[in-house]
Design a protein around this ligand. Sequence first.
Ligand code: ATP
Length: 651
Amino acid sequence: MNQAKHHFSSSFSAAAAAVRRRADPPRHVDDLLPHVLGRRRRRRAPLPPPPAAVSAPAPAANGPTRSSYVPPHLRNRSSSASAAAPPPSAAAPPPRAAPGLLSRPGPGAVGGGSFGAGAGRPRGGRAWDREPNPFAESDAADAAAAAAADPALFEDHQNTGINFDAYEDIPVETSGREVPPPVSTFAEIDLGAALNDNVRRCKYVRPTPVQRHAIPISLAGRDLMACAQTGSGKTAAFCFPIISGIMKGPPAARPQRGGMRTAYPLALILSPTRELSMQIHEEARKFSYQTGVRVVVAYGGAPITQQLRDLERGVDILVATPGRLVDLLERARVSLQSIRYLALDEADRMLDMGFEPQVRRIVEQMDMPPPGVRQTMLFSATFPKEIQRMASDFLENYIFLAVGRVGSSTELIVQRIEFVQEADKRSHLMDLLHAQRDTGKQTLTLVFVETKRGADSLESWLCMNGFPATSIHGDRNQQEREYALRTFKSGKTPILVATDVAARGLDIPHVAHVVNFDLPNDIDDYVHRIGRTGRAGKSGLATAFFNENNSNMARPLAELMQESNQEVPAWLSRYAARPSYGGGGGGRNRRSGGGSRFGGRDFRNDSSSFGKGGARGSGDYYGGGSSGGYGGSSSYGGGGYGGAGAPSAWD
Ligand SMILES: Nc1ncnc2c1ncn2[C@@H]1O[C@H](COP(=O)(O)OP(=O)(O)OP(=O)(O)O)[C@@H](O)[C@H]1O
């Protein structure tokens, strides 16, 4: 075992040494591990032309221009409404527009009832509002990089997908009736001029595979259950159709009931963590900039008063964590009766035992329109069949989309498993960090541990040993959590020690290395954790420390690694082959046999299921429920999640 540890440590050091020998300083994690990545390395595309060209497109001579753009659902408004709210004009900003604050349609102008009918917001009086430019920061960074002629910095702000070709040969499965065909380019999709402008501002040159398939399906009004690998662009895949649909849809009818201060969003996006909700909100704000579509976020741990004020100013898209949303619904400050679109990000997490009761309450027991009336989209990188079965309650005549295998990890992430005894973990981590430091490259490292106490103690120990670190977990207050993320992102504390609260969805640029200091008990949690690196076509490195305590993970890990073309250490294969160590006792870790995820992917095609809801209570949901069952996952219980049924500690 020590031999195995030694082998991998030395291969890492050899990689680092090889990097040091290079003439050019390495700028990428590919450079960190040339021996591993050599066989898969792709040449980086030449830098595209300066972004100024794409961020400020010249209006077409005859076609519709941004200056004449009026969201379609406003075009047939009554003359009194139009008199009160002149059409928006990006070309003719209001006199008070300041740099970075561009004009947008005023609250009375867009969204009809959705913009706070009965929500107490001024209607018709104010024609223009000031919408902070969500691109200001990246534009400034681009400008600074261009001025400094530093191509490295410049490259970091490209979203052209340095290695997006990596996704091209991924197998795609769709099932369901009359599946709309995929598209190859954004130009083929009628998203609307204002949203197209934002796609360009985001520097998305072409859609990722999940976007190519999911966006046409959603634009066709179909319900969707979509599974695609971490970092492959699922956020835009559900945001674009929602924003486009709201822009083009009919004005919302003013609800008859409800208090004067009740907000009536048209779309609801639910996500499991506060930080992920904040991130989706930021993304959605960029996508909806100057479209007149207003996005508000509500999550726990932050003062509710500001969120109430935001809601009062009007909301089309509400991004929320379940706990805070239930609170708002109970106070009658939000009504779901106008909901047209429901999206669940990390849908499998939202429907496992920790969240399911709250989510069912929101979706089924409040005033939300039923499936078939609203449009529902469920997205995740992992989708166990038992969760698919539950999720089908929320859907009507839906299409199932799998980009890559359900629950697989991307080949962009180099996975390494090292045998490390508990007592040696800290010194081993130190070796890795030293090797990384020796490369001279400033990168971010995310270290996952199992418990909140473990996170605190590892953070202190790292700091004491000269490695600036911070931590995020459920016992830290929201301010501390946000501060930790900020200092990590900025590189001030380039090591973040985290529980599973940071495992899902977070898109942090420059995370080059994820270390599973403690492995989770659930292979899906592992997939999400390592997915914090190797995103958007970039490569990444994930190292996990394995020992006897993780024996139930041997088989699922070996299978996952094999599936994503990783070298499986011989000792891990031997562990995996032991009948008692395979994690084959059922529960979530079972990847093969029994019609689980390794076989068919849409549970409706599984011969053991009987269509919608037909197989509930049988098969792999309750069956085999020994280890690794839903409530028993210590990554949720002991880690950041506070135990099954207790997500409110961190939402
Ligand atoms: N078409 C595109 N072109 C270039 N970059 C893109 C495109 N679509 C998304 N991205 C970028 O890819 C990154 C990952 O996207 P996103 O966070 O939506 O991934 P995800 O699939 O939701 O991942 P996870 O499963 O971890 O939640 C983001 O930085 C996003 O800006």
